[in-house]
Design a protein around this ligand. Structure first.
Ligand code: 5GP
Ligand code: ZN
Length: 112
């Protein structure tokens, strides 16, 4: 499958991971909008946030855990951050492999 995030998660495209666990990897966005802009990506190729309903309780804990680790690593855990999923065309989703943007390190404007 020609999916850039599958290739990053699988190691075919070399990337430094901010963090990794059994189910997710986290790496810096190539085009960051803030000093902290990390993408948290499931290792399994899924397209939509709705498919997270098929994840085990442990996998969902791993999602929350890796976001916590990333915010700690990037020094935004105390100052604040935003976790965003762009789902579908109106939201501007470009990569069709579910990913969570973890953005922080500056005052963020209103959504929308
Ligand atoms: P979306 O608009 O789909 O929510 O966001 C896709 C994000 O993936 C964008 O912020 C874009 O900069 C990032 N991105 C696209 N291709 C690559 C890549 O090859 N490497 C990394 N690290 N980020 C990428
Ligand atoms: Zn993929």
């Amino acid at each position: 499958m020609d999916c850039v995030f599958c290739k990053i998660a699988g190691g075919q495209i070399k990337s430094a991971f901010v963090s990794e666990n059994e189910d997710f990897v986290a790496f810096d966005d190539i085009n960051p909008v803030a000093s902290c802009h990390v993408l948290v990506v499931p290792k399994r190729h899924i397209k939509s946030i709705k498919e997270l309903s098929g994840f085990s309780g442990q996998a969902l804990k791993n999602l929350l855990g890796i976001i916590d680790t990333v915010t700690d690593e990037k020094g935004v855990k105390q100052t604040g951050y935003r976790v965003i999923v762009n789902q579908g065309s109106d939201a501007g989703q470009e990569v069709e492999h579910l990913h969570f943007h973890v953005i922080g390190g500056r005052k963020l404007g209103r959504l929308g």
